[in-house]
Design a protein around this ligand. Structure first.
Ligand code: PLP
Length: 284
């Protein structure tokens, strides 16, 4: 495949970076995953805005301007095979003269991007919904989860523990037994006429799918939409639980640990939400 590394489009097996890169030594970088279907990106500008927020949080000056990021994303789609592709972008601080924690005086950020094939877009149909049985764990990551950091060890450990328990994801709760998010997704719950998700703070990533879904539901549905603290008890007693992420869109959770969610079947509200999301997702 063709990848982008520091201003060049090259075959992936020719891409080289220094082992002194702080992305390698410290996991010091920011990344994005931007989905596209049939050549059309979803939430491209929101992903680029979040990338910039992350770079600002790390005091890394943006290596490309907005139009250059857009051109890069389009060029990766054009130069790679595959029906539906996501673009992965990673920016690290680059390398310094030696391994030292302090930011080096002048380092040049490393920019790496590639396209990879993703599953066909979810269809709003109960029978073809990809459902999730998930583990439940105490959130043991750090207190800056709003930063889309390439340091994903905490997330990887949670995710793998879910896999080891025979599940496909892991939903996380803080020490107060409040829902945060999942190891690679945001979480929504439904109770009666209300659709809820935890508020944006340092405990969760501000997911673009979360953002688009909230906007679509507020504009196009009659449900009460709440961003508020959600307890463990509320999750296990919910009518429906969903995961959201760029590559999953909205995915029904049918089991959390020992607890079956409601009847263990894909819910009507999911069907409604995924129908609206599929219809309006390119407009945000
Ligand atoms: N939360 C975490 C920890 C993630 O890694 C992701 C990324 O997939 C999400 C939430 C969902 O974010 P988005 O909808 O922007 O893909």
């Amino acid at each position: 495949s063709t990848v982008y590394l520091n201003n060049q489009f090259i075959p992936s097996d020719e891409a080289r970076i220094s082992p002194m890169d702080r992305g390698f030594l410290f996991g010091e970088g920011i990344y994005e995953v931007i989905p596209s279907y049939d050549g059309q990106f979803i939430g491209l500008q929101q992903h680029l805005d979040r990338l910039l927020d992350g770079l600002n949080a790390l005091a890394i000056s943006a290596p490309l301007n907005n139009q250059q990021w857009i051109d890069l994303c389009k060029k990766l789609l054009a130069s790679n095979q595959g029906q539906d592709l996501a673009v992965y972008i990673q920016v690290t601080r680059g390398s310094g003269p030696t391994r030292q924690h302090a930011y080096p005086e002048n380092s040049t950020p490393t920019v790496f991007a590639f396209a990879f094939e993703i599953p066909a877009q979810p269809i709003a149909d109960k029978n073809s919904a990809v459902t999730y049985k998930v583990s439940s764990q105490q959130d043991l990551r750090w207190k800056r989860c709003q930063i889309k950091s390439t340091s994903l060890l905490g997330n990887v450990l949670h995710y793998q523990q879910g896999i080891d328990e025979g599940n496909k994801e892991t939903i996380l709760f803080n020490t107060k037994d409040e829902l945060t998010e999942a190891s690679s997704s945001n979480v929504f719950i439904v109770k009666g006429n209300t659709i809820m998700t935890p508020p944006l703070d340092n405990q969760i990533l501000p997911g673009i799918t979360r953002h688009i879904l909230l906007a679509v539901l507020r504009e196009h549905s009659q449900f009460n939409i709440e961003e508020r603290v959600i307890s463990y008890q509320e999750v296990i007693n919910a009518d429906e639980v969903w995961l959201t992420s760029s590559t999953k869109e909205i995915a029904p959770v049918i089991q959390l640990g020992e607890h079956t969610i409601a009847s263990g079947e894909v819910g009507d509200v999911w069907l409604h939400a995924q129908t609206l999301f599929s219809k309006y997702k390119y407009q945000y």
